[in-house]
Write a protein that binds this ligand. Structure first.
Ligand code: SAH
Ligand code: SF4
Ligand code: F3S
Length: 471
């Protein structure tokens, strides 16, 4: 048994990062059994679940259509905000009943919540029926953790709080055969004062470029159309290399040269965004003109308290540079309202910057206290009611700009990668523009996986309607 420690998780050393190779499991305890993996959180977690599914399949398990008929359920969790926690504990409540009816059912938890001391303590105390817990650093050990849990028939907890290694050759069962997630780096060293990620994901460490390029090349061979390069702060890619000078601009260029039709990347921290990156994005047609650039707040006082390392003026300068150099670029952002001590004036400064940038879209959140983070200690006199009012006001503004930006596309013809059948209307297919806008189109399924030219006919806040242009 190994339980997490936030104190250990926060340590950063200069020790060299180890690259390990995954070795396949020879366990076959899954033969004849079904698994279900439920994923919460960001793209990184989605991708981890693709690795988890592949490991389970190596063990003989097959995917269940629903958790109700699974023999093994794994919750891959997110710790970013309180409501992510609540969702997981809510689902665990349902699973408790299922487990009572079917005692042979194995249930496990992994992901960012598993890295939190408070969560693991609660599990050991109140969720004794949960069979196993593992963390973000030992996904590659899933087979042995699960085997031990089955053999010993007692709760198996194996969570490492460390800086983390890099695992290569992990098996992967991808959700899509059109677009793929590709990790380029792990962890985060920014330690924004509100954020739990540096504690749950370890030190910032970059994958070797050769391994990334090889992965992208093999995706091209398998007919993938799009890759999204993943990291908590992709612009810092390569900063940890001691033996060579190779950065995000170099990587973007090399990935573009593989010939993959679309390259995307998330998430960019404004601090590390270089001019070289902007130039590379502008000069390669297959690097999509879409940048997610979280601002978090428009108040310098709050940005400082958040430890974001830039002022609103720096953000605006970068924003303008990106807009002027990359044609048609769309820029989205993340904003937190109600950070401790955010006054009405601070909030108004956030509204001001939204009015200035007119973002294509923004993901907005009420600040959520995360145990163990520095901001957790700040006193906060502002009521939740007030914070909700601010969020509502902000969202109204964000949505109006989203609609305005979408309306600008009406009548224009844009490239869309068709990904599937539209959720709302089975007669329609849907996909994303180069600028990452969802389009619903009248069309047939044979276009799925293709990039087609689409004329935009109507615009809403969160989607577009369009028709296919032949030829
Ligand atoms: N690495 C990315 C963000 C990852 S988390 C970056 O730095 O931009 C995604 C978003 O969740 C953040 O941008 C932030 O807006 C939000 N977030 C993170 N911690 C939060 C907290 N404690 N409360 C509310 N929102 C939070
Ligand atoms: Fe969290 Fe900041 Fe790191 Fe993003 S850069 S993951 S917000 S600590
Ligand atoms: Fe959540 Fe962990 Fe991602 S906290 S947002 S799943 S890195």
């Amino acid at each position: 048994m190994e339980i997490p420690s936030l104190k250990d998780a926060a340590k950063r050393s200069k020790n060299e990062i180890k690259i390990q190779n995954y070795s396949s499991t020879n366990s076959s305890i899954g033969i004849g059994k079904k698994y279900y993996v439920k994923t919460y959180g960001c793209q990184m977690n989605e991708h981890d679940s693709e690795n988890i599914r592949a490991i389970l399949e190596e063990m003989g398990f097959r995917e269940a259509s629903d958790y109700i008929n699974a023999d093994l359920i794994i919750l891959n969790t997110c710790a970013i905000r309180e409501n992510a926690h609540n969702k997981v504990f809510g689902f665990l409540g349902r699973l408790k009943h299922l487990k009572r009816e079917k005692p042979s059912l194995m249930i496990g938890m992994c992901g960012c919540m598993a890295q939190e001391e408070v969560v693991v303590n609660e599990i050991m105390d109140k969720y004794k029926w949960l069979n196993f817990v593992f963390g973000t650093h030992n996904i590659h050990k899933l087979s042995s953790i699960l085997t031990t849990a089955v053999e010993r028939q007692k709760q198996e907890i194996e969570v490492w709080s460390k800086e983390g290694d890099i695992l290569e050759n992990m098996p992967v069962k991808r959700d899509s055969n059109i677009k793929a997630w590709v990790n380029i780096m792990y962890g985060c060293d920014k330690f924004c004062t509100y954020c739990i990620v540096p504690f749950t994901r370890g030190k910032q460490r970059s994958r070797r470029k050769e391994d990334i390029i090889e992965e992208v090349k093999s995706l091209v061979k398998s007919n993938y159309k799009e890759v999204t390069l993943l990291g908590q702060n992709v612009n810092a890619y390569g900063k940890d290399f001691i033996d060579e000078e190779y950065n995000m601009a170099n990587l973007l260029e090399d990935v573009a040269k593989t010939g993959i039709e679309r390259v995307r990347f998330v998430t960019s921290h404004p601090w590390d965004f270089t001019d070289n990156m902007i130039d590379v994005i502008a000069s390669y047609k297959n690097i999509m003109p879409y940048i997610h650039l979280p601002i978090q707040s428009g108040s310098n006082k709050i940005l400082k308290l958040m430890g974001r390392r830039y002022k609103k003026e720096d953000y605006i300068e970068l924003f303008n540079k990106i807009k002027s150099k990359i044609p048609n670029v769309s820029i989205t952002t993340d904003i937190i309202v109600g950070f401790p001590n955010e006054t009405e004036e601070d909030f108004n400064e956030t509204l001001d910057i939204v009015n200035y940038c007119k973002f294509d879209l923004a993901y907005t959140f009420i600040y959520s206290k995360r145990e163990g983070t520095p901001a957790c200690k700040l006193l906060d006199p502002i009521s939740l009611d007030e914070k909700e009012k601010r969020l509502y006001k902000l969202n109204e503004l964000i949505n109006s700009y989203a609609k305005m930006n979408n309306e600008k596309l009406v009548g224009k013809t844009v490239p869309v990668l068709i990904e599937g059948v539209s959720e709302k209307d089975n007669n329609k297919i849907c996909g994303y523009t180069d600028t990452m806008k969802l389009v619903n189109i009248l069309g047939t399924k044979d276009l799925i996986g293709k990039i087609v030219m689409v004329k935009i006919t109507d615009a809403k806040s969160f989607s577009l309607d369009g028709e296919i242009i032949n030829g």
